[in-house]
Unconditional design. Sequence first.
Length: 167
Amino acid sequence: MEDSVVLYREANLFSHAGVWLGSFALMFASVYFALPQIFEMASDKPPSTLVIVGSCLFIAVGFISPALLLAIKLRIQVRSDGLYVELAPFQSSFRSIPLAGLKDCKPYIPQGKENRLDLRHALSKNAYSLGGNKGILMEFGDGRTVLLETKHPEKIIEAINEANSRT
């Protein structure tokens, strides 16, 4: 791995608009509903400890959720010895997908009811997606398929073909 040459590199952020909207709505709701409860601590009749703790937790969750979405990144590297994928911060290192036995590699754009690379694909062990709307589908000779979200499918396919020609 130390002597492999990086042919292509890409990093994708979480891109599902509905999740971002929900996260920011939670943040604004936490400020709107919980902050007044905290400011009432200085008044003549302060709220109970349970209300204060609940308000602080609500504000913490409201601000942690957008920060967590900003921290999630799907990093892709095509190297001369294979494809490497990392879903930071959940994986501590890149996972290697050897390109030996790659039968077909083509762009994948969901059609019809599949409007995104949805959770159904992301929950399988052979898909790497953060909710984007295009990617690549790799089919191997042993029957495995790998779905990978990417902003530039044609560039990554070109890099994969170059890596295959080098080996």
